[in-house]
Design a protein around this ligand. Structure first.
Ligand code: PMP
Length: 321
């Protein structure tokens, strides 16, 4: 679907997957005016196809659009686009345990213009890709590097938006963490470089003496949909979930006092990713003996059971196609 200033969004269509023809001076190539989302469609146990929290993803796309001056898109129209495409491609949806169809809606600025201003023309597109099971055999804890040299987001910046610049800014830290033997980065705040924010493409949680802590949504982290699902489930189970700033030093002190019981990250790709090791200041904190904790496993089981239609959808998270 295209956008033209003065006309609005127009010409929704299904087209075969293939290269796009864009002018080399299309603004997205130079000024990164673009946004995207990521969600999954699941083949449910009853054979139906269901999307998980699609409306929340589409709402979030418009929040990102607003931040980078991309015109709002009717959320019903975006949903219809996704539904239509999935119907066209439904034979590509895998059904083996843990598999799904990844749905990537995105928007790019297409104006051929060299100069910094919001574009006058855009394309909204949706591409689909079957994805294998994230975990082949059980959830394996990750080794995460606490980043204190580079920052990902600053107050007033674009950290809460799903826009390419955030990910480009994270690559160097990711590569350096990989070279040190860690799989991902835990970001600290961009101002004081001490408050825990989020992991590369997921939100971080820490269970401390029975209570669960996570960073608040203050503009520099992504409002993760899995984060919200985990919070709602944990509250429903009677856990106290505290959205509060915590410094890495505070976490280290709690770890040394033996109070850090479990750590995990939440995101669409892995759902729940247990954090086994946190490397900071040249030392490793090994959490729960690098074993998956009971709460991480319970959350993973509960969320995936809803996604695959094995459990009642009591929060109204699922949309059947
Ligand atoms: N933070 C960032 C920076 C991300 O890219 C993602 C993945 N979308 C998340 C958190 C987790 O969000 P969600 O649970 O909606 O996938």
């Amino acid at each position: 679907m295209d956008y033209t200033k003065g006309i609005g969004w127009h010409d929704p269509r299904v087209a075969p997957y293939g290269p796009l023809e864009l002018d080399p001076s299309a603004m997205v190539f130079h000024y990164a005016q673009e946004t995207f989302e990521g969600l999954k469609a699941y083949k449910a146990v009853d054979g139906s196809i269901q999307l998980f929290r699609v409306r929340d993803n589409l709402k979030r796309l418009n929040i990102s659009n607003d931040r980078v001056c991309i015109p709002q898109i009717d959320e019903k129209m975006m949903f219809e686009a996704i539904k239509t495409l999935i119907e066209v491609d439904k034979d590509w949806i895998p059904s083996a345990p843990g598999t799904s169809l990844y749905v990537r809606p995105f928007v790019i600025a297409t104006d051929p213009y060299l100069g910094v201003r919001p574009a006058g023309t855009y394309k909204f597109m949706v591409i689909l890709s079957p994805v294998g099971a994230y975990y082949k055999e059980g959830l394996n804890p990750t080794k995460i590097y606490v980043e204190d040299k580079y920052v990902r987001a600053v107050p007033g910046g674009i950290g809460f938006a799903k826009t390419g610049g955030n990910y480009a800014a994270s690559l160097k830290a990711q590569v350096e963490a990989n070279e040190k033997g860690y799989s991902q980065v835990l970001w600290l705040d961009g101002k004081e470089r001490k408050y825990i924010e989020e992991v590369g493409t997921s939100n971080a949680f820490f269970k401390i003496e029975g209570k669960v802590y996570t960073a608040p949504l203050e503009g520099s982290i992504l409002s993760g949909i899995t984060r919200d699902s985990a919070i709602r489930l944990m509250k429903d189970w009677g856990y106290e979930v505290i959205e509060q700033r915590m410094t890495i030093q505070e976490l280290k002190d709690l770890y040394e006092e033996g109070k850090l019981e479990e750590a995990f990250a939440t995101g669409t790709a892995a759902v729940i990713s247990p954090i086994g090791t946190l490397g900071w200041n040249g030392e490793d904190m090994v959490i729960n003996e690098s074993r998956i904790g009971a709460l991480s496993q319970k959350l993973y089981d509960a969320i995936t059971s809803i996604q695959y239609g094995k459990d009642e959808d009591k929060f109204d998270w699922v949309t059947k196609i």
